[in-house]
Design a binder for this molecule. Sequence first.
Ligand code: HGY
Ligand code: MN
Ligand code: MN
Length: 424
Amino acid sequence: MNALNSIRSLTPVGPRINSQRLWEHICAMADIGATAKGGVNRQALTTEDTRGRMLLLQWASCRGYQASIDPIGNLFIRRPGKSPDLSPVLTGSHLDSQPTGGKFDGVYGVLAGLEVLETLDDHGIETERPLELIVWMNEEGSRFPPPTMGSAVAAGALPLADALAIKDVDGIDVQDALKIQLAELPVLETRALDMSGFAYIEAHIEQGPVLESQACDVGVVTGIQGLHAYEIQLLGAEAHAGTTPLRHRKDALVAATTLIARIRAAMDDPEDILRFTVGRLEVYPGSPNTVPGRVTFNIDLRHPDPDFLLRADEKILQLCAGEVEGCPVSAKVLLRSTPVTFDDRVVATVRNAAGGRAMKFLDIVSGATHDAKYTAEHIPTGMIFVPCEKGISHNEAENAREVDVAAGAQVLCDAMLAIMSAQL
Ligand code: HGY
Ligand code: MN
Ligand code: MN
């Protein structure tokens, strides 16, 4: 990778991106899975997700870009370079959303990447290296936990067979949902799972308030905090709500609330750096007049310090050992993703690109996780953040300004060109 070393001092003289086209693409994508409150519901491998991918593939085919797909459904859109055998410079993000998601989370990085490809075309720029835009499958992990599923499988952190077997709340597994999507997409070239490339840069909204509060144009992302995901199940016994005395009950929901309260207390962090969330809880059979016989809930745990995370992990598994109020507990670790620090050469390139356009920028560690977490384990990786309104995300009110999304895409274009020209 010493070729990358030569890019520290390069300042960008890249072509101007077309901000109007980028904004129009974002608005067109936002129509797919649009919700009444102005957000999107385009969960992984749903019809809406498929329609979003089809729209992107349409735009890509208008430019003659080649599309391919890997066994977990990660989509690759390739702009050829003069030397096809050189490893590509990569960019990308995700099109799937939360159920009450926003118009920019993930989509922005995909469409900013597309904008870079199209800008190079518009300016007749032929690069030495190919350039690939990746649409990672199921970054959100809302329909099929855990998050960053597609990139984790591509990186070898999550076995393909395990991921394909994961079911949604209706009992549909990833394998069947992926088959349905593939049947609806145009025929795509298939490719093996792999996480190789010359470098990877992802553009994303910050999903936090820092950049906006400091009136920054872009964030130079230096890394991502660690994330653990768990699925906890308690087994009780269904019983009649009217006839069963409390002392005879094995109420899985009451036991789950006790357990969640105990874990929450154990996760106490006066500095408020630890992020502990129970975002999903399923009650079975879910009838108002039957004592719950089974409860399944998910824990999402995040922290920038790997040791702090491991200590919290130990406490959770200890509290989940055995049973609670007569209900046996089982705990499944879905994901242990360590904090990651991005490659300082790529980070420097992003910083140079922002500086080269006289933008106000700030170094920032990502609180949210991203597919860049897994690319960083295999490829020199960096990220660019743009501000979003009040830092709101995973919420239908998520919003970003046209000028900011354009600035981020411009930095992405300049940084990728700087990296392209780094080959010797
Ligand atoms: O959960 C996350 O951090 C990401 O937005 N899916
Ligand atoms: Mn995202
Ligand atoms: Mn998200």
